[in-house]
Design a protein around this ligand. Sequence first.
Ligand code: NAD
Length: 259
Amino acid sequence: MTIRLAIAGAAGRMGRTLIAAAKNQNDLTVVGGSEAPDGLARSGELGLTLSEDAGTAASEADVWIDFTSPLVTLSALDALTLTPVRAAIIGTTGFGAEEEEAIAKHAERIAIVKAGNFSLGVNLMNALIEQAAQRLGADWDIEIHEAHHRHKADAPSGTALMMGDAAASGRGSPLADLRLPPADGKTGPRKSGGIGFSVTRAGGIVGDHTAAFASDAEVLSISHRALDRSIFARGALEAARWAVERPPGLYSMRDVLSL
Ligand code: NAD
């Protein structure tokens, strides 16, 4: 069976990477793409009919792959109800709590795989972070640092938040209870057992992430560096193959990879 894909934000950094990655796969075909009015002119260059309307872009698709921005993704999910799409792969980051709830509601109707990072390495790293946080007590501070290119719109990155969730889960609490406020100004001493985040935005960095576990006597660091966006595209295509066979539900990349 050939799986028909529609790509949201097809002319964007991830959109273009997804189209290129899908071209080499015999079991996948890209049948449509969406773009903002400014991006529609790139249709010829991408070899794909683009539409401003997500419903039109997905009118012949089995799977919707969306790496855009929160409002664009949510409005597309609404439009998908009138299409044959039975699974959505969401890589967009920066959703608020209410937006996360809206996505969970859509997952009652179609299979949704949502991940702040689709790479195999990061998802394996998160399993290791959860284990480390479980073994190392609250006297080990946890600090998550991430660095990305200057164009990135949200901070901390979706990946850093996934790492924070994994660490918090290892400690048996929700991240919201352990998350420290950003360090700025007269901070006073660090609260014991908290999970801190620090962020760098510079140049063309594709994505660097480190979770540091620091006691008074030693530091354990677990790091990942993305060298190329194709790692996210490969993971998203793998998620598309997996999700198209699944019942409605909200899944993560750790489900896809059985981690
Ligand atoms: P980008 O800005 O290069 O691409 C977004 C594209 O969406 C643009 O081409 C833009 O024109 C298009 N767009 C804007 N409004 C639209 C609309 N109404 N309809 C259709 N398309 C529209 O951004 P990017 O670097 O590709 O990243 C996109 C998102 O993916 C971000 O949230 C980023 O954090 C996330 N991301 C996630 C992962 C992951 O593994 N989960 C990896 C990389 C990036």
